[in-house]
Design a protein around this ligand. Structure first.
Ligand SMILES: [Zn+2]
Ligand SMILES: [Zn+2]
Length: 485
């Protein structure tokens, strides 16, 4: 994580960088001097060395022989002294250069050394003054100085101003640069102001008014600050409201009271409030089905209880209903009502018919028919007529009752004839007779298909009895076939 640098820290770093640069510059200056010195020394040494190599040629110096031959070293050769001397330098100018450089270097070094010594001495003295108990003379001196300073400070206006400015500047600088000092100052200031605030009433009042004023001004002018303040206030209020139960209750009571008062005093507000609440309730009633149901139930219950318990209310209700009916029973309304009733009737009928026709009746019909069909097919053509001997279904025959056909006032001839029609050979008790035969006998005529009417089936001859089904088919006069629809 990168910590953001404060302005003071930035200033400090810049200052340090500047100091470093200055030091480097100084160093480079000194370096330049040193380089010059070294150059001079080198030149000198080279010349000295080359004096040697002038004597014995197998020398390993850096200067080329050409350089040596070019120069005139007669002066060098002339000197017998082997020691280092400035005479070997040929040019007077060069020698002077070297001399000057050396001098400057020496002087500079001396000066620097002197300065350093002096500074260290001063420091030492200061330290001794600070740590050791001050002498009497020193104390006197200080007192004197203080006196003088006070006098001048009190009398001389210009001096005073200068002094105050200076001190202010100094303190400001210190405050700006020194972190520890700044913190200390801040703490001290806070403490002192708090003390003053607590003890001095006038100061307190002044401070309060000043603060309020400044806050109001800031609130009015600075939009951002205003917003912040608002959110802060709201937050703190909600926090307090949520956490502090006592405050919560108090707030509630206060608000209620306030609202109540306002409601009673301010007519406009009252109306607004009423309208708003009505709207709210209506909105809720329309959108919330549960609420709607509850309200409806409640209203119904209330009305019912009132109607039951309060006689006058009931009478009123009844009166109201009668009046309403009377007042509203105009011909137009009558006609409308008739139409409505008619419509309702038709609708009911239609609905009933629909439901019966389509569902129940249809199904019932189907089931019934099926049942009938099943009943019918349960019995085959098992009933034989005793007159014609045909095998018939149940609906084609009726039970045979002797008294129906042979009455007492019949002639004996007639009786015999009718008895000959009825086949008495059958031994079965409850015998059947087909409807057509019975009709004919009732008319005292012989039925056309009666067995007596020469329709007796003779026995099959023995030759034909042996034939199988296929052979029977082949010789048959008629081919009976069935057609199923
Ligand atoms: Zn040499
Ligand atoms: Zn018959």
């Amino acid at each position: 994580m990168v910590r953001k640098k404060s302005v003071a820290a930035k200033v400090k770093t810049q200052k340090k960088a500047y100091q470093r640069r200055v030091a480097q510059l100084n160093k480079s200056c000194s370096w330049r001097v040193l380089v010059l010195v070294i150059q001079a020394a080198k030149k000198f040494l080279r010349l000295r060395k080359c004096k040697i190599c002038y004597k014995n040629s197998d020398c390993h110096c850096t200067i080329s022989k050409e350089f040596l031959t070019k120069r005139n070293y007669k002066i060098l050769s002339n000197t017998t002294n082997n020691n280092i001397s400035f005479d070997i330098i040929r040019d007077k100018q060069e020698f002077d250069d070297v001399k000057n450089i050396l001098r400057t270097v020496v002087s500079k070094v001396c000066r620097l050394d002197y300065q350093r010594k002096k500074q260290s001495e001063i420091r030492k003295r200061k330290r001794s003054v600070d740590y050791c108990s001050p002498d009497e003379s020193v104390l006197r001196k200080r007192l004197k100085q203080n006196n003088w300073f006070n006098k001048k400070y009190n009398h001389d206006l210009l001096f005073r101003q200068n002094q105050t400015q200076q001190t202010a500047c100094k303190s400001r600088k210190k405050y700006r640069d020194n972190n520890v000092f700044r913190d200390k100052e801040k703490k001290r200031n806070r403490k002192s102001t708090i003390e003053k605030y607590n003890n001095n009433e006038e100061f307190r009042e002044n401070e309060k008014t000043r603060n309020r004023k400044s806050a109001i001004e800031k609130y009015n002018n600075n939009e951002e600050f205003r917003e912040k303040e608002k959110t802060r206030n709201r937050k703190s209020a909600t926090e307090k409201y949520n956490n502090n139960k006592n405050f919560h209750e108090k707030e509630k009571i206060r608000k209620k009271k306030e609202m109540f008062n306002r409601y009673h005093i301010n007519k406009n507000f009252r109306q607004q409030q009423k309208l708003r609440s009505n709207q709210n309730i209506l909105f809720k009633y329309r959108n919330d089905p549960v609420y709607q149901k509850n309200i409806k139930e409640y209203a119904k219950r209330q009305a019912f209880s009132k109607y039951v318990s309060d006689n006058s209310k009931r009478l009123k209700k009844i009166q109201y209903a009668i009046n309403f009916y009377r007042n509203n029973y105009t011909p137009n309304i009558q006609k409308q009502r008739q139409l409505y009733n008619q419509r309702r009737r038709i609708m009911n009928k239609y609905l009933i018919a629909q439901s019966h026709n389509c569902v129940l009746k249809h199904r019932n019909l189907y089931i019934k028919n099926l049942k009938i069909f099943r009943d019918v097919i349960q019995e085959g053509p098992d009933y034989t007529c005793r007159v014609c001997g045909l095998a018939l279904f149940r609906n084609q025959v009726i039970p045979y009752i002797k008294e129906k056909y042979i009455t007492k006032n019949m002639s004996v001839e007639m009786k015999e004839r009718i008895e000959s029609y009825l086949n008495n050979s059958s031994l079965i008790e409850d015998t059947w007779i087909c409807i057509s035969c019975s009709d004919k006998i009732k008319k005292k005529a012989m039925p056309s298909r009666a067995i007596v009417n020469k329709l007796e089936v003779s026995d099959v001859p023995s030759e034909l009895k042996k034939l199988n089904d296929l052979e029977k088919h082949l010789i048959a006069l008629r081919l009976p076939f069935m057609k199923i629809v």
